[in-house]
Design a binder for this molecule. Structure first.
Ligand code: ASP
Ligand code: MG
Length: 587
């Protein structure tokens, strides 16, 4: 018999009637002949309510007590659902995380799952029980031998469910929620956003700012690593929902390290790249579109694209192409500057180095560590571009061996996790844009006139990370106009910017001649699609969609399957809709 893991979120178990309804639903799938393990969240807002109770007593409750408290929410639901199933005549048994044997790290508040004991659950399944497991919680054995309760972080019951499905080698894991699945974009912005039948785990992670509310990113990471079949479905309507697929070779189940505790999973090197810098272009809507349409018409596949610096009304755009495309690219650049003005230069013998891992998400310290490691190796970083789960930079080809040694050492990567010039499986059927994410309430900050030498990016990122200031979309471009100077731009939340003055001042003290410029309120619009890496011209289309709406692009950062444009906050909804329409995502 096939084993299914079904997880029901807080709203789906929000009251007694809903719990009874879910019990009926479970009975129906059991009658079809499936073995079933259920994972549930706390009812409705109860986790928030519990948290408020604690905070009404103390601003800073002990993390152990806080986990003890929050974990009770899920205990209520497992008991009630089990009572309902038994009342309907179906044998069911409720189990807490520690009763199952969900073993986590010995930290409170955001513990990762290390192992799940499966004997007890299997035993109950064999006896014909529906097993109901409390999500969001686990336990570890303390040195004095007591089981300590932990929680996995808010939204963590998705992670419990996928981890259970993985450890039990279940046929699939179904996450039932109050939306019908994963949509092409936020339906509050684009009314005709469409349900996706499928999406790759990687795309889902890159869509984090819309996707994370649907599915806990750590759950996606587990499904990706182990190839666990994962669905997101509506708990209201009978619908197929969205299937999340892994595109990597599944790993062997790592008992004792189920949720890989590493932040970085792979290192990729692309050799024989040329960096082409167009500088002093007019800063107005349509320029990026014009350039990348030209390159696309000439069938040149552009890899990294970076645009960050404005000098009054002028702008620089830098991109990389493979060495073999250089002659053709030069021809196009001549045409571009004839038409738009400006100048260009190119640098050969470059290579792109990228680290990747879902653990990079929300942890700016990882990029800081990468830059610091490169600077310790005395390697100069020419360009930087980041996305949710990837940090890429361009370095000299002659530094590659040293870079591999230092970076793999730092992030403890073995030779299987290092990819030299990976040949991509061409998956023509994959769409170049599958979905669009929007990240609002950000500001852009630029560090101007920085010395172009190893360690500068590292020291900026480290100082910010040490002060707990979260930044992303870091972009560094070289300026051909000013010798030995570079600019670094990044985005951060308005709130963090307000707390950053002191840190910025101490950074500038170490970099004489440099200054900081605050940009306007902006938003990040990211188009994501696995097909993007193989199709020529996707970026040009994205920029065209924005140009058609007369939207100026403040900053561009791309990674393999994602193109992010920073636009003014006032333009962001129109920008999302424009790209959605341009790629006909509603069809
Ligand atoms: N109840 C927990 C929370 O509200 C876990 C979850 O719902 O996934 O964050
Ligand atoms: Mg959730």
């Amino acid at each position: 018999m096939s084993l299914l893991i079904k997880k029901f979120g807080g709203t789906s178990v929000g009251d007694i009637n809903k719990i009874k309804k879910i019990a009926q639903q479970i009975i129906e799938s059991r009658e079809i002949g499936h073995d079933i393990v259920i994972v549930v969240s706390a009812m409705g807002d109860s986790t928030d309510n519990l948290s408020e109770l604690a905070k009404s007593i103390s601003k800073n409750p002990s993390k152990r007590d806080f986990d003890m408290l929050l974990s009770t929410g899920e205990q209520v639901t497992i008991a009630l659902l089990s009572i309902a199933l038994n009342e309907f005549g179906v044998p069911a048994i409720s189990m807490t995380g520690s009763q199952v044997g969900i073993i986590t790290e010995s930290v409170h508040g955001k513990a990762r799952i290390l192992d799940i004991k499966t004997e007890r659950i299997k035993d109950y399944i064999n006896q014909g029980f529906v097993v109901i497991v409390a999500g969001f919680q686990g336990a570890y054995l303390s040195h004095n031998g007591s089981m300590e309760i932990t929680t996995l972080g808010r939204g963590g019951s998705d992670t419990s469910a996928v981890a259970l499905a993985t450890a039990l080698y279940a046929e699939s894991c179904e996450i039932y929620t109050d939306v019908c699945g994963v949509l092409t974009t936020d339906p509050r912005i684009v009314k005709n956003a469409k349900l996706l039948e499928r999406i790759s785990c990687e795309e889902m992670l890159e869509l984090a700012s819309v996707g994370a509310s649907v599915l806990h990113p750590r759950a996606v990471e587990i499904a990706r690593n182990y190839g666990t079949k994962l669905y997101v479905k509506s708990s209201e309507k009978e619908q197929p929902g969205t299937l999340l697929e892994s595109e990597i070779e599944p790993l062997k189940l790592n008992r004792g390290g189920l949720e890989l505790t590493k932040t970085v999973n792979s290192l990729e090197i692309l050799q024989n790249q040329v960096v082409i810098a167009l500088s002093n272009l007019p800063d107005q809507p349509g320029i990026a579109a014009e350039i990348f349409e030209k390159l696309s018409q000439a069938k040149i596949n552009v890899d990294l694209i970076i645009q960050a610096t404005h000098e009054e009304t002028r702008n620089d755009i830098t991109f990389t192409v493979a060495e073999e495309n250089l002659q053709e690219a030069i021809k196009q650049c001549d045409l571009i500057i004839d038409e738009l003005g400006g100048t260009y230069s190119f640098t050969q013998n470059m290579s792109k180095l990228s680290i990747q891992g879902a653990g990079i998400m929300g942890r700016p310290s990882v990029s800081a560590e990468l830059f610091e490691t490169l600077s310790q190796a005395n390697i100069n970083v020419h360009l930087i571009a980041t996305s949710e789960i990837k940090v890429s930079c361009v370095i000299d080809i002659r530094d590659i061996n040293k870079a591999i040694r230092f970076v793999s050492d730092k992030f403890k990567l073995n030779s299987n996790q290092i990819y030299m010039n990976p040949s991509k499986k061409i998956r023509k059927e994959e769409p170049e844009v599958r979905g669009i994410a929007l990240d609002k309430n950000q500001v852009q900050v630029s560090f101007r006139n920085l010395p172009d030498k190893p360690g500068v990016a590292a020291s900026i990122c480290l100082s910010l990370a040490e002060s707990n200031l979260i930044f992303d979309t870091i972009v560094q471009s070289e300026r051909s106009s000013k010798v030995n100077k570079k600019d670094i731009s990044l985005t951060m939340s308005k709130e963090d910017r307000n707390n950053a003055d002191e840190t910025f001042a101490s950074i500038l003290k170490k970099l004489p001649g440099s200054r900081i410029e605050d940009g306007p309120s902006i938003a990040k619009v990211s188009a994501v699609g696995s097909g993007m890496a193989f199709k020529v011209g996707t970026a040009g289309k994205i920029f065209r969609a924005l140009a058609n709406q007369k939207i100026n692009i403040e900053m561009i950062a791309t990674s393999e399957i994602r193109t992010s444009c920073i636009v003014l906050e006032k333009d962001c909804d129109i920008a999302v809709k424009a790209i959605h329409d341009f790629f006909e995502l509603d069809k």
